[in-house]
Ligand binder design. Structure first.
Ligand code: ATP
Length: 216
């Protein structure tokens, strides 16, 4: 019997919003994942320091995914003292789940386009599949990718979600999700200027932000 595919969803989640939640939920259903494991980053190595502390970002994800048995939270990157790299998290999860377990890293199209700047990025394909979700303003166009990434994309392109459970790693599957032009950046801006961010992210997350006076 083939092993069920586990989804892995990393991000800064600064803060988590409905764009993230729909990506994870639609991936879970459309790609037939047993679960989506959320991996809030600790101190990210490849981008600016997040606006708010890792512990707060972790708590906000906890509140956002509460009540969805298809979602789980992995706090390891937040609890680690060293900067987070996706490749080291995937190595940890690969040794936890064994060499045959299909793992799929979920990414938005903007994150995928920047993949070749990530630490040891070419090793990611030996550790997990990649599923690339559509995101408004970020078309998945192979010829717009950096050459080395374009090459990997063309060589690894999968047509169907069924490709994911036939190998533990190595395929790249683009998939479309409901277009939600929401970003954490625009939410932080709204909060900083006392504009309303309501209905862009779950109310319990917004309440947490207000209670802890984040993003001001
Ligand atoms: P920021 O505005 O701070 O860059 P963000 O909203 O892009 O943040 P991240 O935590 O950086 O959020 O994103 C985590 C993952 O979710 C990335 O792979 C990103 O591409 C994806 N993602 C975020 N928002 C959306 C969205 N609205 N639609 C599709 N994918 C998204």
């Amino acid at each position: 019997m083939r092993e069920a595919v586990l989804g892995l969803f990393g991000g800064t989640f600064d803060p988590v919003h409905y764009g993230h939640l729909r990506l994870a939920e639609e991936a879970r259903v459309k790609l037939g994942l047993e679960q989506v494991l959320w991996l809030p980053s600790g101190r990210p190595a490849h981008r600016d320091a997040p606006a708010c502390a890792a512990q707060h970002r972790l708590e906000m994800v906890r509140l956002a995914i509460e009540g969805n048995p298809g979602f789980a939270l992995d706090a390891a990157e937040v609890q680690a003292a060293a900067p987070s790299y996706t490749v080291t998290s995937l190595e940890r999860l690969r040794s936890l789940h064994g060499p045959t377990k299909p793992l799929v890293l979920l990414l938005g199209a903007d994150a995928f386009a920047g993949l070749s700047a990530w630490h040891r990025w070419q090793e990611l394909f030996a550790l997990a599949h990649l599923a690339v979700a559509s995101r408004p303003g970020h078309p998945i166009e192979p010829r717009l990718l950096p050459t080395a990434l374009e090459h990997e994309f063309r060589a690894r392109l999968a047509q169907e979600p069924e490709a994911l459970d036939q190998a533990p790693a190595g395929e790249i599957l683009p998939f479309t999700i409901t277009s939600l032009d929401i970003s954490a950046t625009s939410i932080r801006k709204a909060l900083d200027t006392n504009a309303s961010a309501r209905y862009l992210l779950p109310d319990p997350v917004l309440d947490y932000i207000a209670r802890h006076r984040l993003y001001h």
